[in-house]
Design a protein around this ligand. Structure first.
Ligand code: PLP
Length: 397
C-alpha cells in the first residue's frame, strides 16, 4: 500500500530545497534587548516587544500574583465557567484606555479575526480588503461566505473605485465591510484610516481596522490608530488589536460600541469554543495597560530611538522604504543577499531576520528591524555600526 503520509516529507523537502523552510532560533531566557539566541549573546532587533513590556517588573509581578490568587488556568471557556473577575476587569480597563463604549478580549489576534469577520459578513455581502492585509484577516474572510474585493495597498482612490462598483452591483449587497491593517508589518507604513473611514461613511460601509502593530506605538499613550487620527467610533466600527506585540503578553481584542461587543461574544466561535486566558495572562495584560497610562516615557523613547536609527541608516545610504513607524525595513532586493546580510549581522551580534518572497515581492527582500524602547542609545549605535559593516562587505551600500 502507498503511504498516505508520503506528501509530508516530500513537501517539507521542497521547502528545504528552495530555502523557504523556517529554521527556528531558540531564546534561552527572556526576550530582552541583549539576549541569548542559540547560545550566542545578541542584540534583539526583530521582536514585536516594542516597549520592552514582556519583561517589565509590574507585569511579571502581576502575573505571579494572579497565579497565586487565581491559579494558572481558567478551567473553561468564557461562556461557561471561564470568566473570572480578571477578564471582566481587563475588558473594562481596555475600553477606558481605548475611549470606547466596550471592549472584548479574545485568546489571540488571529482568533479575533478568524472568529469575528465571518460573523460580520456572510452570503450577499462584500468584504473590501487592502491587498497587503495580514493572513489572519485573509483567513477570516475565507471563513465567511461573503464576496471579496481587493483595493490597491493604502490607496483611497482605488478603494473608492471598488465602493462605486459595489454600489451598482445587482442584486444589491446586503452589507459592505472595509477592512485594513492599521500599520503594515512588512513596510511599517500607516493605513490612511481617516480617508478610509470617510469613504466608508459616504458609502454606508462598516470599517474594521486591525491595529496589531499600532497599539502601544501610535497615538497619545500608545492608544492606537483610532486615537492617532482622532476618529469617532461612528466612523471606525471595529478597532481590533492584540496584546502579543507592544503590550508584551498575548491575546486579541476589539473595541467599539456595546452593540458590537454583545454581538461579537455571542457569535464568534473562536471566543465561544476555546478556553479563556489563564489568570496570569489577564493580569499581565491589565498591568500593561496600567504601565502605558502611567509611564508615558516608553512610547516617547520608542519614537526617539526610531528616529535616531532611521536617520543613521538613511545617512549611510540604506533603502528603508516608506516606513512611518518603529518597523524599519532595510530593503536589499534579492532574497539571497537578504539572507547573507542577516547571517552576517548575526555573526556581528545583531539579531534581525530576512523577509523574503512570498512574504514580500521577489525583488523586495529585506531585513525587517523593529525598534524597542528598552534599548540604550549605545545599543542603537551598535546596530547601525553592524549594518554599516555588513552592508559594505556585501555591497548593499
Ligand atoms: C500579529 C498580528 C496578528 C495576530 O495577532 P496574535 O495576537 O499574535 O494572534 C493579527 N493581525 C496583524 C496585523 C498582526 O500583525
Amino acid at each position: 500500500m502507498r503511504d498516505p503520509t508520503s506528501f509530508l516529507a516530500a513537501e517539507y523537502q521542497d521547502l528545504v530545497a528552495s530555502a523557504t523552510d523556517w529554521k527556528l532560533h531558540t531564546l534561552r531566557g527572556p526576550s530582552t534587548p541583549w539576549c541569548d539566541v542559540d547560545g550566542r549573546k545578541v542584540l534583539m532587533f526583530c521582536s514585536n516587544n516594542y516597549l520592552g513590556l514582556s519583561n517589565h517588573p509590574k507585569l511579571i509581578e502581576a502575573a505571579a500574583a494572579a497565579a497565586r490568587s487565581h491559579g494558572v488556568g481558567s478551567g473553561s471557556v468564557r461562556p461557561i465557567a471561564g470568566t473570572m473577575d480578571l477578564h471582566m476587569e481587563l475588558e473594562h480597563r481596555l475600553a477606558r484606555f481605548k475611549r470606547a463604549e466596550a471592549s472584548l478580549v479574545y485568546q489571540s489576534g488571529f482568533a479575533t479575526n478568524a472568529g469575528l469577520i465571518p460573523q460580520l459578513v456572510g452570503e450577499g455581502d462584500l468584504v473590501i480588503s487592502d491587498e497587503l492585509n495580514h493572513g489572519s484577516i485573509i483567513d477570516g474572510v475565507r471563513l465567511s461566505r461573503a464576496e471579496r474585493a481587493v483595493y490597491r495597498h493604502a490607496d483611497p482612490a482605488d478603494l473608492e473605485r471598488v465602493l462605486n462598483e459595489a454600489e451598482s452591483h445587482q442584486p444589491a449587497y446586503r452589507r459592505l465591510l472595509i477592512i485594513t491593517d492599521g500599520v503594515f508589518s512588512m513596510d511599517g507604513d500607516i493605513a490612511p484610516l481617516d480617508r478610509i473611514a470617510a469613504l466608508g461613511h459616504d458609502h454606508g460601509a462598516m470599517v474594521y481596522v486591525d491595529d496589531a502593530h499600532g497599539e502601544g506605538v501610535l497615538g497619545p499613550e500608545g492608544r492606537g490608530i483610532v486615537a492617532h487620527f482622532g476618529l469617532g467610533r461612528d466612523r471606525v466600527h471595529v478597532e481590533m488589536g492584540t496584546f502579543s506585540k507592544a503590550f508584551g503578553v498575548v491575546g486579541g481584542h476589539i473595541s467599539g460600541s456595546r452593540d458590537l461587543v454583545n454581538f461579537a461574544f455571542n457569535k464568534s466561535r473562536t471566543w465561544l469554543l476555546s478556553g479563556s486566558h489563564p489568570p496570569p495572562v489577564a493580569a499581565a495584560c491589565l498591568a500593561a495597560i496600567d504601565v502605558l497610562e502611567k509611564e508615558t516615557e516608553h512610547v516617547r523613547r520608542l519614537w526617539d530611538l526610531t528616529r535616531r536609527f532611521k536617520k543613521a541608516l538613511g545617512d549611510l545610504g540604506f533603502n528603508t522604504g516608506k516606513s512611518q513607524t518603529p518597523i524599519t525595513p532595510v530593503i536589499v532586493g534579492d532574497s539571497h543577499r537578504a539572507k547573507q546580510l542577516s547571517d552576517r549581522l548575526l555573526e556581528l551580534g545583531l539579531f534581525a531576520l530576512p523577509i523574503v518572497y512570498p512574504m514580500v515581492a521577489k525583488d523586495k527582500a529585506r531585513i525587517r528591524t523593529i525598534m524597542n524602547a528598552a534599548l540604550t542609545d549605545a545599543d542603537v549605535d551598535f546596530a547601525v555600526a553592524s549594518f554599516e559593516k555588513a552592508g559594505r562587505e556585501l555591497h548593499v551600500i
